[in-house]
Design a protein around this ligand. Sequence first.
Ligand SMILES: Cc1cc2nc3c(=O)[nH]c(=O)nc-3n(C[C@H](O)[C@H](O)[C@H](O)COP(=O)(O)O)c2cc1C
Length: 422
Amino acid sequence: MWLLNGLDLRHQRWECHVLNRHRPGPAVRASRSVAIPRVIVGRNLMPGLDRLINISDFEREARRRLPAPIFDVIAGGSGDEETLSRNGEALRALRLRPRVLTDVRKRDLSTTVFGEKISLPVILAPVGYQRMLHRHAEIASALAAEAAGTVFVCNTISTYPLETIAETTSGPKWFQLYLPEDKTAASDLVERVEAAGYSALCLTVDTQVPAKRERDIRNRMTVPLRPDPRMILAALRRPRWAIDFLLGGVGRNAAQVPMSIDAAGRAIASTTRPVTVEDFAWLRERWNGPLIVKGVMRGEDCERIIELGADGIVVSNHGGRQLDSAQSTIEALPAIVEALAGRAPVFIDGGFRRGTDVAKALALGARAVLVGRPFLFGLAVGGQSGVEKVIDIFRDELDSTIGLLGYASVRDLDSDAVAPTR
Ligand SMILES: Cc1cc2nc3c(=O)[nH]c(=O)nc-3n(C[C@H](O)[C@H](O)[C@H](O)COP(=O)(O)O)c2cc1C
């Protein structure tokens, strides 16, 4: 029973920016006094991290450490997981074309996004469920992004309040928005995001209706976690995870509006809804900063999106978690780059696991790549250090990729670097 309570009520509180309508008043300000160490786990102090030399190693280690139903939540996709696989397969099927006799002794991985310089074109995608992987959740990920000099994208349903994340980390930060149906709640949320200092808003548009995620159905997985006997059994098989989960102080200290597990579940479900042109226009009026649309897969949609005032596009199929059988993102990218014709930066995610993958997307016109599962695996394995190591792997691999390709800067990569597919 204690374990039930521990899993459920005492430790599993979810920040829900949607329902949490209050302004960051005394309750949230109180969270500033919460002692959140800036470096939660000393860099590379996590034993065994050095053994993990690529993203597949991190995935394998995450599978070993997490209860199976939780690993499935992050690793799985929808339906037959065709899109999930296709994202990676299509990237790997592309061939690079190295050039020679160029001076690549000094290489530069940095780029700019909406006027902010980032040290490498790899951004941490907005992802939920981070609290299920490590008790420091978004704080650990955001600190790792800051240490690496790249963007952290806070998701709408994070476990720490958006203000706490903004106050704890000083790196570049965007906020991912699932636009609440209720306009008062939406307005309040956008104001909070602005007040907290997030530099860009990333509106997700590909969750019109719920997807069929069969691993979660079979595992009877619910988010937030419910103490189902299977879940408890799975947790007992992973005691290290269970201890971390139970130690987690999220919610107890975060001082957001306390929510019952049911209310949190309803709030999470309410984020799945179609975003209309009217919604977009409404949001554009309220948000003055860069507005990025995430979940675009067709070039034809871009004209309207740009006319409505978007400043950037993320080519995304939600990592194969929404429409199964959708095209891979790398296949969709060229038409979107062509349609935008330089009017707005194009970002992409889905299946990026290697520096070579990143180089291919940049060569085909993406400004930067977002990664989701890779950093979640890092978070599960080693908290902040794990995420930092994952970013380091991308950095090292991208550095050697552009050098071997014969380019001195990621900004110089062009379509000649990739062999035509037909
Ligand atoms: C566990 C999980 C949770 C996610 N949660 C969100 C979310 O809350 N909002 C969102 O826009 N995208 C979400 N995504 C999608 C990611 O932002 C991103 O599009 C995807 O993970 C990229 O594919 P990759 O995991 O292969 O890198 C989620 C993805 C995963 C795996």
